[in-house]
Design a protein around this ligand. Sequence first.
Ligand code: T4K
Length: 376
Amino acid sequence: MLEPFTERIYVTRPVFPTIEEVTEKLRDIWAAKWLTNNGPQHTMLERELTEFLRVPNLSLFNNGTIALMVACQSLRLSGEVITTPFTFAATPHVLSWNNITPIFCDVDAETMNIDAAKIESMITPHTTAILAVHVFGTPCDVATIRDVADRYGLKVVYDAAHAFGVEIGGRGIGTFGDISMFSFHATKLYHTLEGGALTMNDEHVKQRIDLLKNFGIKNEDEVVMPGINGKLDEIRAAVGRIMLGYVEAERQKRIRLHAVYDEELSGVDGLTLMPKCAANVKLNHQYYVVRFDEKIFGRSRDYVCAALRDYNVYARKYFHPLCSEFTCYRQLNSSSPANLPVANVVGQQVLSLPMYGGLTADDVRKICAIIKSFKP
Ligand code: T4K
């Protein structure tokens, strides 16, 4: 038996800036005596991220979930929204919180993203939008989604929580659809501790969003819509400005680890590795996921996940259970397994392996050797 790791290896670890860099920024904030509500750090981070993500407009938020809630409000979505069951709980929950019924569409067997070819069959007179997720940073089939949305007059919102810095043909992923949401949670490639953003091509949509995230307050005398508090504070904005200096180096480290995983695991019968994207797609390598076909590999994903813990490796079953299996959604017609054959298989097979710049190539080789040792 291989030796277990001496310390826990988690699925991810946040990138930490130096204490000195943070202290320096805190001094600036203390000097400015400004903590939140559109302060100077916030203004500068919005500008810097707009450029970094190659988008025309961006609005910062205190987390990705509130940002997505506001996105739905800003487009006045209602009725039914077609989405994917293979995502984090936040995606369908924001629809429910907006009194919208999530309609689950099956996913593509390769990318694990919403199967764009199946969306049309899910449209009813109540459908107002498509909420697609670039799961694990792999871009959705944006052209087909735009086409079906245009033909039926639907809005398109992308949950790009996993897709920070992803580009298609040099175009920021946040420029596709009406609105895209990014999460800047600590576990993401780029973070502001907690935080998020919406990006949009239409400047008027940004204006609505900026009102909605600040209680609908237009000025001291006017509140023009029922808004919420979605504001990012100065300390998190300052951390975000520092973290922009770290993101490319972290991405490069993950590119190397991704290559080691590919090298060590390709050719193992019963494993499906990360999908390959078109050559013009710039990926962020935030996650590394593998699918285990029990019939061929000889062990189930659940077996592998549990057995890895004996070696101190804490991989995660992102995303299992499917959102369509949650007690709050499983009664929906669209949640029936017959409607979601591919998603149900993917949900049983998928495992997110450790992926963060603090890992060494040897760590990854050892994780792969442990996995391969499970094969009967
Ligand atoms: N849409 C999608 C598709 C998403 O994936 C997410 C979030 C959202 C929307 C919502 O965005 P936010 O509102 O969160 O901005 C984590 C994250 O909390 C969540 O942001 C993320 N997706 C999801 C995929 O993963 P958990 O419950 O798995 O996190 P947790 O606490 O188990 O952390 C995972 C591992 O990370 C830990 O085992 C150890 C490590 N860790 C974590 C934290 C917080 C650290 O080492 N240090 C830390 O500070 O949800």
